[in-house]
Design a protein around this ligand. Sequence first.
Ligand SMILES: [Zn+2]
Length: 177
Amino acid sequence: MPPSRIPYASGVTSSTFRCGSCDQQHDGPPFAYAVPAPAYWSSDLEQRPGNVLEAEQCKIGDHFFLRARLVLPVLDAEEDFEWGVWISVSAPSYDRIVEMWGNPDRAEEPPYFGWLSNELPLYEPSTLELKTKLHTQPLGIRPLVELEPTDHPLAVEQRTGVTMARVREIAEWHLHL
Ligand SMILES: [Zn+2]
């Protein structure tokens, strides 16, 4: 399946910052961005049977995806930064997750193996198909992504944290696409 690029939706914010790109004040920087679909999704898939994109779950043929939160600690802020991403899991994992969806015991499930299924901006090499563990959370809370502890820049950021300078850099990229 070829990856497709999809625009981002940014989180809500109440402050402003001076932009290093255009030198204007902008709202933010936001601490959360959400990718609306797996990289492999495209609108023409919707017309064909067997493909479903919902708020938390996605199915493309024999491939199964879950919406999840990839959290990066922000060392010099009170808040964490969050990439809203999609994780590809195996059919047995997907079946189990769906079976446990409304069960309060789901937070006790062992983590599921999954592949990061989005190409996040500003990372080189690509974040697509990084290995992850998906940790189910209590009811009403999206699962958390734990990246394999490699030296990929995103995995390093998750382990060691980022600074507000990086959060602003991400905001500037989204503002000046
Ligand atoms: Zn700007």
